[in-house]
Design a protein around this ligand. Structure first.
Ligand SMILES: *[C@@H]1O[C@H](CO)[C@@H](O)[C@H](O)[C@H]1NC(C)=O
Ligand SMILES: *[C@@H]1O[C@H](CO)[C@@H](O)[C@H](O)[C@H]1NC(C)=O
Ligand SMILES: *[C@@H]1O[C@H](CO)[C@@H](O)[C@H](O)[C@H]1NC(C)=O
Length: 485
C-alpha cells in the first residue's frame, strides 16, 4: 500500500510543479505588439549603471487591446537591478509630460535562456493600431567588473561592462540604437557589432533594423573608471523622535571600496606628492547630503571623534564632507558613525485625522553610493500606538518594542534605542531594503497615534527617580547614624 501511495504523491507533486512552472497566459501574444523604435542610453560614468530606454510601442495585432508591456532581461542582469521605473509620455511636443506607471516582476511567455520579465501596466489599454512612447529607467549595481582584479597604487582602474548590442525583447524591434557613455575617452577595447562607432566618451551601437524577438548579441566594453566605488555593505540609520523638539539621527556605516583590489604597499608619500597619478581610483573623502538646519553633527570611528570633517550649510541643504583616517583603496574598509540633530517641526506633522507622522528621506545621505543592506529604525516616542510606514517602493517592515524596565538598571549599551528615561518602552518601526541606490532617496512617512499625556511620563519618571534617590539617601544616612550610636 505504501509504495503506490508514495508514487501517487510524487505524481501529484510532479503535476503541481508542472503547472506552477507554466507561464501565466497573456491576453495578447507578443507578436501583436511591436517596437517601432528603441533608443537606449547606458550611463557608465560612475560605478552605478543607469540605463534610459525610450520605446515607441505599437499594437499591430487584431486581438483585444494590450494592457501591459513586457521588458526582458537576461537572468544575470536581473540580480543587479536596484530600481526599475517606467512612465508613459502624454501630450505632444512642448506640452509633453510623463505619467508614472506600475512595474512588477512577471512570469512572461516561454522564452529562451531563462529570460526574466517585468511587466509595465498601462493606464489605458493600447488598442489595435495605436502606439505610445514609454520611458524606462533602470539602475544596476555591482555590474562593472574590475579587470585586472588587482592594481597597484600607480595604476588606473579598468572595468568590464557586459551587455547586448541588441535590446533583449519579446517583441519585434523595427529600429534601434544604443549609446554607451564612458567616464573618459580611455576605452581599452569594445566589441563591434556593425555599425559600431566610438567618438569621445560615446560608443554607439546601431542603428539596427528589424530584429526578431529575443535577438541577442553579447558585447564587452573594457574602459577606465576611477570614480569612487563607494559601497556601504551595511547601513543602520536610527531616527529617534522626541516630542521635546528634536529628531536625533545616528547612522552606522560599514563602507568598502568595491573596485579593483589594492596590491603592494601603500606609500603615503607618493600618494600625497603625486595626487593626480597616484591612487587615482582611491577616495579620501565623501560628501554626505544632510537636511538644512542640521545641528550637533559628529563623525566618529572606533578610535574616536574625527575632526577633519567639514560642514557647509545653506537654506536648502547641508553638506558634510567626511574624511576617513586613511584614503580608501580597492578592498579597504572603513567603519564609522555619523550623528546629527534636526528640528522636529521640519519633519513631524499632524495629518487631518489627528495622527502624527514623520516625513523623512529614505536611502543613504552619502552621494553616489550603493547600500547593500539598509536598515532604518524609527524610534517613536513613548506611548505611541498603531504605527505604520508608507514607502514608495517595496521594503520589509517590522516592529520592535524596546522594554527597558527601570532604565537606570538596564544595560543600555546593548539596546538599540537607548534612552535613560523610558518607562513603558518605545516602539521602533524597522524598515529594511537591500540594494539601495541614490534614486531611493525619496520621502517616506511613518504614521502613529500619540496621546500627549505620555509627554508627562519622562518628567514624572525623572522626578520619581530623584525622589527615590532622596529617600534612599535619607534611609542610608539614617542607618549610618543608627550604627554609630
Ligand atoms: C542562449 O544561450 C546560448 C549559450 O549561452 C547562446 O549560444 C544563444 O545565442 C542564446 N540564445 C539567445 C536567444 O540569447
Ligand atoms: C565627539 O563629538 C561629540 C559632538 O561634538 C561630543 O558630544 C562627544 O563628547 C565627542 N566625543 C569625544 C570622545 O570626544
Ligand atoms: C514629505 O516631504 C516632501 C519634501 O521633503 C514633500 O514633497 C512631501 O509632500 C511630504 N509628504 C507628506 C505626506 O507630507
Amino acid at each position: 500500500m505504501e509504495a503506490p501511495a508514495g508514487l501517487r504523491l510524487a505524481l501529484v507533486f510532479a503535476v503541481l510543479v508542472h503547472f506552477s512552472l507554466l507561464p501565466t497566459s497573456h491576453s495578447l501574444s507578443s507578436q501583436d505588439l511591436q517596437i517601432v523604435s528603441a533608443e537606449r542610453r547606458i550611463d557608465l560614468t560612475s560605478h552605478i549603471t543607469r540605463v534610459y530606454l525610450t520605446l515607441k510601442v505599437e499594437n499591430t495585432g487584431t486581438s483585444p487591446p494590450a494592457s501591459e508591456i513586457l521588458l526582458a532581461f537576461p537572468p544575470t542582469e536581473v540580480d543587479h537591478i536596484a530600481l526599475l521605473k517606467a512612465a508613459v509620455a502624454v501630450g505632444k511636443k512642448k506640452k509633453k509630460s510623463y505619467l508614472p506607471l506600475d512595474v512588477k516582476p512577471s512570469e512572461g511567455p516561454e522564452a529562451p535562456n531563462e529570460t526574466k520579465f517585468f511587466s509595465v501596466l498601462l493606464l489605458n489599454p493600447l488598442s489595435v493600431g495605436e502606439s505610445l512612447t514609454l520611458e524606462v529607467l533602470y539602475v544596476l549595481t555591482h555590474s562593472l567588473e574590475p579587470f585586472p582584479l588587482e592594481i597597484s597604487q600607480s595604476e588606473p582602474q579598468l572595468v568590464y561592462y557586459h551587455d547586448s548590442a541588441i535590446l533583449l525583447s519579446p517583441y519585434h524591434i523595427k529600429q534601434q540604437i544604443t549609446v554607451i557613455k564612458t567616464p573618459s575617452t580611455k576605452v581599452e577595447s569594445f566589441s563591434r557589432v556593425e555599425p559600431t562607432d566610438h567618438a569621445g566618451t560615446e560608443l554607439k551601437y546601431g542603428p539596427y533594423e528589424d530584429r526578431s524577438p529575443y535577438s541577442f548579441s553579447p558585447i564587452i566594453v573594457h574602459f577606465e573608471n576611477n570614480n569612487p566605488f563607494a559601497v556601504v555593505e551595511e547601513l543602520v540609520r536610527e531616527v529617534e523622535i522626541s516630542h521635546w523638539g528634536s529628531l536625533q539621527i545616528t547612522e552606522h556605516y560599514k563602507l568598502v571600496h568595491a573596485g579593483a583590489q589594492h596590491k603592494g604597499v601603500f606609500s603615503r608619500v607618493e600618494y600625497q606628492s603625486r595626487p593626480s597619478l597616484s591612487g587615482v581610483s582611491s577616495f579620501k573623502n565623501l560628501i554626505a547630503r544632510l537636511p538644512p538646519r542640521v545641528h550637533s553633527v559628529y563623525y566618529r570611528d572606533e578610535i574616536g571623534n574625527i575632526s577633519s570633517s567639514h560642514l557647509r550649510k545653506d537654506s536648502r541643504k547641508s553638506e558634510l564632507e567626511i574624511e576617513p583616517r586613511y584614503p580608501l583603496f580597492g578592498g579597504w574598509k572603513a567603519t564609522f558613525v555619523i550623528g546629527y540633530g534636526l528640528p522636529l517641526q521640519d519633519f513631524l506633522f499632524e495629518s487631518s485625522d489627528g495622527r502624527r507622522y514623520l516625513n523623512f528621506t529614505f536611502g543613504c545621505p552619502l552621494a553616489e553610493t550603493v547600500v547593500d543592506k539598509l536598515t532604518i529604525k524609527v524610534v517613536l516616542p513613548e506611548g505611541s500606538k498603531n504605527p505604520f510606514a508608507i514607502v514608495p517602493f517595496p521594503v520589509e517592515q517590522s516592529l520592535e518594542v524596546s522594554y527597558y524596565g527601570i532604565p537606570l538598571l538596564s544595560s543600555a549599551e546593548t539596546l538599540t534605542s537607548y534612552s535613560y528615561l523610558d518607562v513603558v518602552g518605545r516602539t521602533v518601526v524597522v524598515l529594511e531594503k537591500k540594494n539601495v541606490v541614490p534614486e531611493h532617496n525619496s520621502p517616506f512617512q511613518v504614521y502613529y497615534n500619540f496621546n500627549p499625556i505620555f509627554m508627562l511620563a519622562e518628567p514624572l519618571m525623572l522626578a520619581s527617580v530623584f525622589f527615590f534617590l532622596f529617600v534612599a539617601c535619607v534611609a542610608y544616612l539614617h542607618i549610618d547614624l543608627s550604627i554609630r550610636k
